[in-house]
Design a protein around this ligand. Sequence first.
Ligand SMILES: [Mg+2]
Length: 547
Amino acid sequence: MTLLAEPRSSDTATQGSSEAPRGARMQLYSVVVAGSAATFATLLAMTGRMWMLPLAAALVYLTIKSYRIYCGQIAADQRHHEEMMRLHREAVAALDAARQSEQRYARAARHDDLTGLPNRRLFGELLQRSMARAARAPEPRYAVLFIDLDGFKLVNDSLGHLVGDQFLVAISSRLQTQLRPSDVLSRLGGDEFAVLIEGFATPDEVCVVTERLQRSLRDPIRIQGRELYASASIGMVLGGPHYETVDDLLRDADIAMYRAKATGRGGYQIFDPHMHASAVERLTLETELRHAVERHDFTLVYQPIVELPSSEICGLEAFVRWTRPGGRVIGPADFIPVAEETGLIVPLSYSVLGDACGQAAAWQRMFGQPLGISVNISSRLFARTDFVDEVERAVEVSGLLPGTLRLEITENTLLNSADIVHTNFERLRRMQVSVYLDDFGTGYSSLSSLQRYPVDALKLDRSFVAKMTTPDHGCAIGNAIVKLAQELGMGLIAEGVETLAHAEQLLALGCPHAQGHLFSEPRTTEATEALLARAFERAPSNVARLS
Ligand SMILES: [Mg+2]
């Protein structure tokens, strides 16, 4: 019955002009039916059949009623049809929006937001296809360039990330203009880009492209009124059937890039398998070093520092040795750079400092001598707020005599003009801890940097000592350093003294102290103790002489 109900007034109103003719027809029909009924009623009255009037009226009523029901049904069908059409239109619009949204997400998942370039994921997919195509080719058919900008962090740190982002966009545009449409430039993340090159005849062509990419960055890039200069280190890998995964190929390109970076800015290197072997060795070294630092797995050896000309021992320099798993002993030159890079140099240095102070204090007590102890200190430590606290603790715990600890620093330390470095120098001076400048003349500092901090002594580098007896520039520089130390009132220790001729030349110049194989090589704790015992026994008047 509900379905047959009359349309509501609001529904009638919404039907608009299409309902008006139907209403007019309804009125006409009503007039016709009413007229016919009146005529029929008149005829019935004239023929004396008035009893049929109620029957006729009922028929008229039912006729009108059924017509109205019919009209209501038509209107409801029309409304239903329009509602269905509206829902259909809305469903189509929603599907279109969902499709567009899906396409946007699919693009965003494979492209870099900042530059619009393919990202690492899409680059990997494209590289995978290239690898599949070249799987059976005897010669390299594709190459990958791994590009890392030099010093980009400085731009971000000094000018902010907004400028950094604009810089990256400008660089990506420059790189793109140097490539063919078939080459793929991708931003892997941060300041790292990669290029996939196919269709070259010889590897030399890839080298030409690489050099062109680097040249394109030489001109300055103007951003917000500033001129910024870019350079990139590039690692190149020539693809071949021996590569099975994208990760392997990108790993090797990355290794070659790091090799390029290590040889200086703005260069490129072609990967060869030796690079991978050395990268694996480097990672193994780092892991083992980490464990060694946790276990204090290092030993110290000591080399005497003597006075000239008496050869009396006035101090010892401590060097750290590490016995790697497998029993191979390596010196600081082989693992200190790794310790510096990984930050392990901090716990390692504190451990060495404590051990050296402890051993030196024990020998001071054992022999009754104010034996000096020199410990090599990384420039990184001088910029730490806890550094002097650690030195203070090592001196106190060991009971080292005041004024006998010498910290040997490199010229890099003098280049850092941060407040904390000044503060640390001052605190050390108040604690009577001396500072020696190691390997003097081989670093990057200028002579004026000697005035910046209170340095007590210079250590003349072995490369100058080695040339002492040959009349050339090296000899002249060595002589000048000896004079410089004398003029500045600083101490001087010559390193790497290996022959009597060296010692005699140093003596003639007035160099007061020396160390080197002529006097003694670095020795183990036991061997050093035996040496000290022999030396001090022969010199009862507090003078130690080397045999
Ligand atoms: Mg040293």
